[in-house]
Write a protein that binds this ligand. Structure first.
Ligand code: GLV
Ligand code: MN
Ligand code: MN
Length: 413
């Protein structure tokens, strides 16, 4: 058949995404499939069933990563890979991650029903815990697979209730014996929603990021002195929440102060004992710093952590700082990025060379093989929220771009 005329089945992709969106569906139209929750397990089970229907060789490793491999004509050649994640944020959207797993699944369905063989094998993958919301850090299992993160450190990470990652992986039945360890990969494509406003605002269909910003995560623990709020005078208090409040504003003002291109966010906070009539004595909060410029982000952290110390000293609230995780900015393979742009052109889809502000497993895959991503617009630039949306037409366009970029790479000798 004329390969150039080949297209994915947009209707099938839509119904596949709609079926997945029922798992962990939230009342306001989003999903909640926290890593290693029962909903994550259900989504995995469904994904595995769909892999089985395609007769793929299925491998699940000791981190719960799920791989479906379609053999090529020459199976001694390293495969091309494409995937993302089925887990979500709490009150997340129906497209983040799952589009990048169902997209390549649709590509494989299209190849199979058209009896199209490729030179190289093709692997579709679901990486465990991309989000990092329930268990920090993010992109854990692509990180272990790529050799950038330690498996045993990850196994011991705990959620807010003290549950261990490894125990939860066993509980949902997805800890297997296969080592989580990289093997040669010809190239990796990750298909994703943009999660920002640019494509939607510009009215463009396909984005090809030149890479991903650095992500730096910190955990701050403050200790104050609890006391009855009525009788205790304002002078001499050691209020851990007030110390945190000052620090949070300092974090928010940091990008303005640095003058460069970066963003900082405090997104998670726990306050203890969290009673309206007790002065808070235990606060934990997180800091997320991102930039294309790793040095700028590191210098910013030096300034901010010094500020935190000053605030903690002034308020008499001892501070403990954990430098939890850093992943450097990730410039993708220029030829592969160009391939995405050229493929979009050939298919008649408007496109843009851009940057990814969101983190993706592609950051770690980029450390071991040529990597590129395909973005489609997020309506209103909203993501990590229940109203996150992308038109079905754009989902189909992205999948067609993925199909043809993958075909070119899979047929390279
Ligand atoms: C991943 O979802 C991120 O935080 O960008
Ligand atoms: Mn994602
Ligand atoms: Mn996400």
């Amino acid at each position: 058949m004329d390969l150039k005329a080949l297209r994915v089945n947009g209707q099938r992709l839509q119904s596949t995404l709609e079926e997945m969106a029922q798992i962990g569906a939230t009342p306001a139209g989003g999903v909640q499939r926290l890593t290693l929750s029962n909903e994550d397990k259900q989504a995995r089970d469904l994904f595995v069933k769909w892999l089985e229907e395609l007769n793929l060789e299925i491998t699940i490793d000791e981190m719960g990563n799920i791989f479906g491999r379609r053999p090529g004509k020459n199976n001694s050649l390293p495969p091309i890979m494409s995937g993302s994640h089925v887990d979500s944020q709490p009150k997340g959207g129906r497209f983040d991650g799952i589009l990048g797993v169902m997209g390549p699944l649709e590509v494989l369905r299209t190849l199979t029903e058209n009896n199209i063989e490729t030179e190289r094998p093709i692997v579709v993958v679901d990486w465990t815990n991309e989000e990092g919301s329930r268990f920090a850090p993010a992109m854990m299992s692509s990180g272990v697979w790529a050799g950038a993160l330690e498996r045993d450190w990850i196994y011991d990470r705990t959620d807010i209730n003290g549950l261990r990652f490894e125990d939860e992986l066993i509980r949902i039945g997805y800890k297997k014996d296969v080592p989580c360890k990289k093997s040669p990969v010809h190239c990796y494509y990750e298909y994703h929603i943009e999660q920002g406003p640019i494509l939607d605002r510009e009215g463009l269909t396909i984005g090809a990021p030149k890479g991903i910003l650095c992500l730096h995560w910190y955990d701050i623990y403050l200790t104050g002195e609890a006391n009855q709020v009525g009788p205790t005078p304002m002078e001499g208090r050691h209020d851990a929440l007030c110390a945190a409040a000052e620090m949070i504003l300092a974090a928010n003002e940091l990008p303005g102060r640095m003058g460069g291109n970066m963003v900082t966010t405090v997104g998670e906070i726990q306050n203890g004992p969290n009673s309206r009539n007790i002065i808070p004595d235990k606060v934990h909060f997180t800091v997320d710093i991102r930039s294309w410029d790793d040095d700028l982000a590191l210098n910013a952290w030096d300034l901010l952590s010094a500020d935190f110390q000053t605030i903690a000293d002034r308020r008499g609230c001892p501070i403990k700082i954990e430098e939890t995780w850093r992943v450097a900015h990730s410039p993708f393979d220029e030829k592969l990025v160009q391939r995405v742009l050229d493929t979009a052109d050939e298919l008649g889809y408007s496109n843009l060379y851009m940057v990814s502000g969101a983190g993706h497993d592609a950051s770690y895959m980029n450390q071991i093989c040529p990597t590129a991503m395909i973005f489609v617009p997020s309506l209103g630039g909203r993501s990590h929220v229940e109203v996150e949306s992308t038109t079905w037409e754009d989902c189909e366009a992205g999948a067609n771009t993925l199909l043809h970029a993958m075909l070119k790479s899979a047929n390279e000798s």
